[in-house]
Design a protein. Structure first.
Length: 255
């Protein structure tokens, strides 16, 4: 387990995380559970989600609630938030992490596949924020953390729909920070570089590709899921109480 800075302001807070069963999402769930938060998360990967929730509840003695959910079905996502909030309480921290970076040839990308990509990489971020806004307003404030990607800035090949969605996340965060600010709800964006998750290492981040990535970075080491989780902890805590409408790049100096 990674070592995390302890933020006393996070203890007993209710956290909701999308795409929390594996990869960066699993590190986020673990990091907030280690703070003593009551964590709820959703994912389409039911087996992994149930196993993670059971393991973390046993290790940290806090509530970790999981529900299988296809976030592209907005009614299902809203229902999961309502059901899980009955377990962990009104949501005070929302982390919109879910994503799918499957590659497509832009010359052959169909209309249906284009919209399917936006349905997972963009739409859930808005509708989950809309759903939890009343929770946060009732409690005098909250924190929303959206996930973009440096791909929105560098535009790698075969990721047109993904890159587009991640660019839109930046604008969404700015808009929601303005709209939700009167209720003391902070909205920020984490912009990761190439994080060495199991999925990335298995599919795309080969030794040859990683070597080239590191040659173009300032820090000659991998970005790990826990590095991203540590940034999320800070942004969710009261230590960041005056930080909103900002983006935070964590890419080892690639950009």
């Amino acid at each position: 387990m990674a070592e995390y800075t302890h933020y006393s302001s996070l203890r007993d807070r209710s956290v909701f995380i999308t795409g929390g069963a594996t990869g960066i999402g699993a590190s986020l769930v673990e990091a907030f559970a280690a703070q003593g938060c009551r964590v709820a998360f959703v994912d389409i990967a039911e087996r992994e989600g149930l196993a993670l929730a059971a393991d973390l509840e046993k290790r940290f003695g806090t509530t970790v609630a999981f529900s299988p959910c296809d976030v592209t079905k907005i009614d299902q996502l809203r229902g999961a938030i309502r059901t899980l909030s009955q377990v962990v309480g009104d949501i005070t921290v929302l982390i919109n992490n879910v994503a799918n970076d499957t590659r497509y040839d832009s010359t052959k990308l169909s209309e249906a596949t284009w919209y399917e990509s936006l349905a997972v990489n963009l739409h859930p971020a808005f509708f989950s924020a809309q759903e939890v806004q009343p929770h946060m307003a009732r409690q005098g404030g909250g924190a929303i953390i959206n996930f973009s990607s440096i791909n929105a800035m560098v535009g790698p090949a075969k990721l047109a729909s993904y890159n587009t969605a991640k660019a839109a996340i930046l604008g969404l965060s700015k808009s929601l920070a303005r709209d939700f600010g009167p209720d003391n709800i902070r909205v920020n964006t984490i912009v990761p570089g190439w994080v060495a998750t199991e999925r990335q290492l298995k599919r795309w981040l080969t030794p040859e590709v990683e070597k080239k990535w590191l040659q173009n970075s300032c820090l000659n080491r991998r970005i790990l899921p826990e590095d991203v989780a540590k940034l999320a902890l800070f942004l969710a805590s009261d230590d960041a109480r005056m930080i909103t409408s900002q983006k935070f790049i964590i890419d080892g100096g690639r950009i």
